[in-house]
Design a protein around this ligand. Structure first.
Ligand code: PLP
Length: 448
């Protein structure tokens, strides 16, 4: 393992006995959220004090462990900016939205977001170990009066039971790993009783905010619900401590594949070199970088936004320059509920009928000669093609390629283009018979 990893404790906690410091319940009950408490660890700026003293702010809470990672002398510290509010948080910006991903519209029952055909996002709590200032779900997260709801949970389970297309459930919130262990165990047990649910995933920042929560006992419990995957949320290399490495090691040994999702944040990690260090450090603790998100258009996060181009520049600096395992996908989660859209530099430069021109990370431009004798895959004899189980209406461009559909039309397209077309006097209507897919809506719909 590493020899260079830090394990830090702010001077304010020097006298806390080891067994308390390493007890996650102590960490939770000693979280900081006021000017007075935080100033025992480091001095705040005027902007930070203003924000902390204002009302209506998204909840603040920071574990003693996580606040200890902040450099007390650096007002620009990348961890500080993630958890300490500033006055900038209260500034609105163009196109700011409360629910920028339109999650509420995609919720068939409260707390369940069914956006994609085969998987759902299940929000099981509104509580976290600490609160990220750029939280995409700040409209619901942090409300101390609304934690796990048994009534909502039963409705979610009922929906999942009657929706067999769902094979993947992603537990999030809030943070599922702050739930009482018995409740988390019950959620996982109930999900496992549903035969069509093949995999369960957890999205959690607990390993980062409070690695002592990842006890052997918790890992043993989680390990009973395989296949179980887990994504953590690390944004900056300074968050990778000895404690996080140990927590990840325990989860990996319990058979849980680990991924990381980070958010591209101005003044925190909007730098190719920080990102390269981050993803390399993650692979050293056996965490596979999964997604790097463009910051959502969420209230309070305007000052964290970067141009999308910054993410493309970072991807240019990762792909080819370091291990493929260390390269995440850069994702714009489309406002209005369009879902996750991968964005990257162009590697395909041009093509003809027999070759493609591609370039690599070094700018080396080369050609790939296409095969002249390609025996096309035949869907009619392929048993996988025959048994395909795609949701009608959600097949997208792959539906166009498959030949099930011929076009995707914006709404209102037919009305706009209906100019009361009349037939030319010379056209013989008996001469032209529609053939196959796309030959006419009537034919097409009759077949389907
Ligand atoms: C992110 C997300 C998922 C999971 O997406 P993957 O690309 O499969 O990781 C599922 N549902 C919703 C609503 C999401 O936002």
């Amino acid at each position: 393992m590493f020899t260079t990893l830090l394990s830090k404790r702010a001077p304010a906690y020097a006298d806390v006995p080891e067994e308390k410091w390493n007890d996650w319940r102590w960490q939770l009950s000693h979280r900081l959220n006021t000017v007075e408490e935080i100033e025992k660890v480091f001095l705040l700026t005027e902007s930070e004090k203003n924000a902390l003293n204002s009302s209506g702010l998204f909840r603040v809470d920071i574990t003693p462990y996580f606040i200890s990672l902040i450099d007390a002398d650096d007002a620009e510290d990348p961890i500080r900016k993630q958890v300490i509010p500033t006055a900038a948080e209260m500034v609105p910006f163009t196109s700011m939205m409360e629910d920028s991903l339109a999650e509420d519209r995609h919720s068939p029952v409260p707390g369940l977001v069914h956006r994609y055909p085969d998987r759902v996002l299940m929000l099981v709590t509104t509580q976290c170990a600490s609160y990220c200032r750029y939280c995409t779900r700040s409209r619901i997260v942090g409300d101390p009066s609304a934690t796990f709801s048994r009534h909502e949970f039963e409705m979610q389970i009922e929906y999942l039971k009657r929706t067999p297309q769902v094979r993947d459930v992603l537990l999030s919130g809030g943070d599922p790993l702050v739930l009482a262990p018995k409740i988390l165990e019950e959620i996982l047990t109930r999900l496992r009783e549903i035969p069509h649910i093949e995999i369960v995933r957890i999205g959690s920042r607990v390993p980062v905010f409070m690695p002592m929560r990842i006890t052997q006992e918790l890992c043993d419990m989680l390990g009973r619900f395989h296949p179980l995957w887990l994504n953590i949320h690390v944004n900056h290399p300074n968050e990778i401590t000895q404690e996080l490495a140990d927590a990840c090691d325990r989860m990996s040994r319990a058979g849980i594949p680990l991924g990381n999702q980070s958010v591209l944040l101005a003044g925190i990690n909007d730098c190719v070199h920080i990102q390269r260090e981050l993803v390399q450090k993650l692979t050293r603790i056996r965490v596979r970088p999964y997604y790097l998100y463009q910051c959502d258009l969420v209230e309070g996060a305007g000052h964290f936004r970067t141009p999308v181009a910054k993410g493309i520049e970072i991807m240019e600096g990762l792909r080819g320059h370091t291990s493929g395992y260390a390269v995440p996908q850069f994702i714009v989660d489309a406002p209005g509920g369009g879902g996750k859209i991968p964005v990257m530099p162009n590697y395909l430069l041009s093509m003809s009928d027999h070759k493609v021109i591609v370039r690599n990370y070094e700018g080396y431009v080369t050609t790939y000669e296409e095969p002249t004798e390609y025996k096309a895959h035949d869907p009619k004899t392929c048993k996988y093609c025959q048994s395909k189980r795609m949701e009608p209406g959600q097949t997208g461009l792959t539906g166009l390629l498959d030949g099930d559909e011929m076009f995707i039309k914006p709404s209102g397209f037919d009305e706009i283009h209906d100019r009361n077309g009349i037939q030319h006097r010379l056209k013989d209507s008996k001469k032209w018979q529609p053939l196959g897919i796309g030959a006419g809506d009537a034919v097409h719909h009759d077949e389907a």
